[in-house]
Design a protein around this ligand. Structure first.
Ligand SMILES: *Cc1c(COP(=O)(O)O)cnc(C)c1O
Length: 361
């Protein structure tokens, strides 16, 4: 059996032998009683790295994001988010289902917002309206295009939000990709946000886990919410040990993923009928569009799969390729060659819907 080159997501990474050793050696206790030393160490370390007072370990970034929404909002409140935001699109309607919160979608550029996009978006204090309460930002952007939020935008939006009594939550599922790509510290990136989510099971290569960080007061609330949402665990040090290992060994190497993503993008950029979009690849996500005359994205994805390259459609004519720990430079260049051959051979005859859905972590 040929092993596929799996570029669907950085979530497909498996723990390395060294990470498994760290997991096996983890010192554990009952975390729900605050007695897991490894979880406590991870929470303290993340709080410090992110420049926040406290952090709470969560099962997933989805759970951490939803804990943040519930911590900041009450039923009837509204949050503002870019139209491609994960919290609004890919968390199973969490804000509505778990917190009674509506999402107001704002149109940005590749998932990035600036002050102009917020103009007129705070609802008046009036019984007819929901209460605008929270701004959710995503760094790096996912469906937006793997972009790093410019620090000036974060600062401007943060100051504006504070002035208007709004809270800011930063969905930093891929925060360390932004840190490595921009060489700005995590604490500086997070300064404008009240709460921050970081995911360990994306590019950091852990089997599971995330953290939410913020003030002591907000984290006390978030801890109650975590229990309510079924995320309070017992010997969670087993997985927190993987996260601590990743903080030591898997952050700097994200630069390799970024270089591989740029190499992949460069290798497919001149294929007639394909357009890399955004053309300048900043992190580990490469989005590219396929001309309608060739077929649709699902059909190209099906063609690539026949040749053991896994890249998913992320829109009718759009695909997303992701680099990570388990694909090296040779694999990425081989995948690019197979994209080239697949386009040359044609793929419009293959089954593949051009209507989605296109969920992707
Ligand atoms: C993947 C992702 C999440 C959710 O992460 P899980 O740990 O899979 O729940 C949240 N936000 C963004 C931007 C993501 O890319």
């Amino acid at each position: 059996m040929t092993m596929p080159i799996d570029m669907r997501s950085d979530t497909v990474t498996r723990p390395t032998p060294e990470m498994r050793q760290a997991i096996a050696a983890a010192e554990v206790g009952d975390d729900m009683s605050g007695e897991d030393p490894t979880v406590n160490r991870l929470e303290a370390r993340m709080a410090e790295m992110l420049g926040k007072e406290a952090a709470v370990f969560a099962c997933s970034a989805t759970q951490a994001n939803q804990m943040a929404v519930r911590t900041h909002c009450i039923p009837g409140d509204e949050l503002l988010i870019e139209s491609t935001g994960h919290i609004a699109l890919f968390e199973a309607g969490g804000p509505a289902a778990l917190s009674g919160v509506t999402c107001r979608l704002l149109n940005g550029q590749y998932g990035i917002l600036d002050l102009i996009d917020f103009e007129g978006k705070i609802r008046a204090d009036n019984q007819h309206f929901c209460r605008t309460r929270l701004v959710c930002l995503e760094n790096t952007t996912n469906v937006g295009g793997g972009r790093v939020y410019p620090l000036e935008n974060l600062t401007r939006i943060g100051q504006w939000a504070r002035r208007h009594g709004l809270k800011v939550h930063l969905d930093g599922a891929r925060l360390f990709n932004a840190v490595v790509a921009s060489r700005v510290s995590a604490a500086d990136i997070c300064r404008a946000a009240d709460t921050v989510t970081v995911c360990f099971s994306k590019g950091l290569g852990c089997p599971m886990g995330a953290v939410l960080a913020g003030t002591q007061e907000d984290m006390a609330r978030a801890r109650r919410v975590r229990k309510l949402f079924g995320g309070a665990l017992r010997q969670a040090g087993i997985v927190a040990a993987a996260a601590l290992y990743a903080l030591d060994h898997h952050i700097e190497r994200l630069e390799t993923d970024h270089a591989n993503a740029r190499a992949f993008a460069a290798a497919i950029a001149d294929i007639a009928g394909l357009t890399v979009d955004p053309p300048d690849v900043q992190t580990n996500l490469v989005f590219f569009n396929v001309a309608r005359s060739l077929g649709n994205a699902a059909q190209l994805s099906a063609k690539l799969k026949q040749h053991h390259v896994l890249i998913n459609a992320s829109g009718p004519q759009r695909l997303r390729a992701c680099t990570h720990l388990d694909v090296d430079r040779a694999a990425v260049l081989r995948a690019a060659q197979i994209v080239r051959e697949s386009v040359a051979a044609g793929f419009a005859d293959l089954p593949g819907s051009a209507t989605g859905p296109y969920a992707r972590g």
